[in-house]
Design a protein around this ligand. Structure first.
Ligand SMILES: *Cc1c(COP(=O)(O)O)cnc(C)c1O
Length: 458
């Protein structure tokens, strides 16, 4: 018999989580204006809101916390991180920032101007936010297969090269500061990008003289999928794959809260000295001196270890296969989910799950609320609420997909928790005919509204 995968760690410390009653949850969610971000985490049983900064650190990372060097300049923790970033990514220059969007803010301050176009595969919301905030346009060039939840494609995060070339052809070069490739593609459902596609995007960029940057939040999970799915990579180590992928680009921004295996942090790494110098100025203005950029010395030390641990096959296997465990259970129950399963999350297809709730009534949000009420499980809407209004017309944007994301924190929950989540969803699915109405917005912010939006039940 083939041996199942198993976690390459054992548990040294536990944190209690509290169960509650349905009546309590009905009260709490109403008080939170039906926005799951407003719930107190104490009132959540299994928290799948995000895998960002919610994972468990290893004993070796905690050891780094104790020996962190808090010197303002020249800290040895900084040097440790700098060395690891060079080793893992291959990029020459490095700037720490306090998280991923801060890295975007710093880099884009140097590169993005009003009226610019920034093409890529589906941009993450903060990336898009930082582009649109500068009155530039993010152009989504993801392959069409990404927008059909039932199509099985090994690399649904891939860029459609002809869409990309169309963007290159329809705007002058000076209007396209760079292309951004998000690995894995979060907004398309945590879907990977192949080495082949990365290489082709890189070649096209070179042909048109446009730099290529990575949004590398889940670069390690992306490499795991490459090893499992792309011919010619089965015998390469994760670290070799990661190095090759980054070799096709000019730089990267990263939220270390994902594949950095830390609770807070981020950085920029790149090859171009002039861009590095420009970004350095913004880093000092917005984040802090270049040897800490908003991070504690101890956090930089923990991140150095995290980058190494996250690029080990055994860790990644248990991580990605836990997501697949949840996904397979849901498929077995008939629950409509995005396939193939993502690297960090399972995405429920609300268009198929609750089609009777009108899109104008935020059906994916309605499903996320129901999951909390039934099981105390917190997911997040990735649909019309997240898509925000069009910055020019101020009309709601209706994306092709209406999803609820169940993001699994790293090294935090067991498969028993996953089974519990699957059972709750089965029960909701069995009574889905009753769901006919959703919610209306009573208050919202002009940009990135999902964090603070308030709803009323219809
Ligand atoms: C999380 C994330 C970001 C933003 O990072 P923060 O640390 O949350 O600021 C950017 N891009 C992608 C793909 C992400 O997943």
């Amino acid at each position: 018999m083939e041996l199942p995968y198993s976690e390459p760690y054992k548990i040294k410390m536990v944190e209690s989580i509290k169960r509650s009653t349905k009546e309590q949850r009905l009260k709490w969610i109403k008080k939170a204006n039906y926005n799951l971000f407003n719930l107190s985490s104490e009132n959540v049983f299994v928290d799948l809101l995000t895998d960002s900064g919610t994972g468990a650190m290893s004993d070796k990372q905690w050891a780094e916390m104790m020996i962190g060097d808090e010197s303002y300049a020249g800290s040895s923790s900084f040097l440790k991180l700098k060395k690891t970033v060079k080793k893992i990514t291959g990029f020459k220059y490095f700037l720490p920032t306090h998280q991923g969007r801060a890295a975007e803010n710093v880099l884009f301050s140097a590169l993005v101007k009003e009226g610019d176009f920034v093409p890529g595969n589906s941009h993450f919301d903060t990336t898009k936010g930082h582009i649109e905030f500068r009155k530039a346009t993010a152009v989504d060039c993801t392959i069409d297969e990404a927008f059909d939840t039932s199509i099985i494609h090994p690399f649904k995060g891939n860029v459609d090269l002809s869409k990309l070339e169309d963007v290159f052809k329809s705007h002058p070069k000076e209007k396209i500061p760079f292309v951004i490739l998000t690995i894995t593609c979060n907004s398309a459902g945590g879907q990977p990008v192949s080495v082949k596609n990365t290489r082709e995007v890189s070649e096209l960029c070179k042909q048109y003289g446009i730099p290529l940057y990575f949004d590398a939040a889940r670069y390690a999970e992306n490499a795991y999928f490459i090893k499992k799915r792309e011919a010619g990579y089965e015998n390469k180590t994760i670290k070799e794959i990661v190095k090759e992928v980054f070799s096709y680009g000019d730089g990267m921004t990263i939220s270390a809260k994902k594949d950095g295996l830390v609770n807070m942090g981020g950085f920029i790494a790149l090859n171009n000295k002039a861009v590095f110098k420009q970004a350095t100025v913004f880093n000092i203005m917005y984040e802090g001196f270049i040897t800490y950029g908003g991070m504690n010395g101890r956090d930089m030390g923990a991140l150095a270890v995290g980058l190494d641990e996250a690029t080990e096959f055994n860790y990644l296997e248990s991580r990605v296969e836990q997501i697949a465990h949840l996904g397979k259970k849901l498929v077995e129950y008939g629950v409509p989910v995005l396939q193939p399963f993502g690297g960090h999350a399972i995405f429920l297809d609300a268009n198929k799950f609750v089609p009777k709730i009108p899109r104008e009534e935020y059906r994916a949000q309605a499903l996320a609320i129901e999951l909390y009420i039934v099981g105390g499980i917190r997911g997040v809407e990735i649909g019309t609420v997240l898509a925000d209004r069009d910055p020019f017309t101020r009309k709601n944007r209706f994306p092709d997909l209406e999803m609820v994301r169940l993001a699994v924190p790293r090294r935090t929950y067991t498969n028993n928790h996953m089974d519990y989540v699957a059972a709750c969803l089965k029960n909701i699915f069995d009574t889905r005919e009753e769901a006919k109405s959703g919610y209306e917005i009573t208050d919202e912010a002009p940009i990135m509204r999902h964090f603070t939006v308030k709803f009323k039940k219809i």
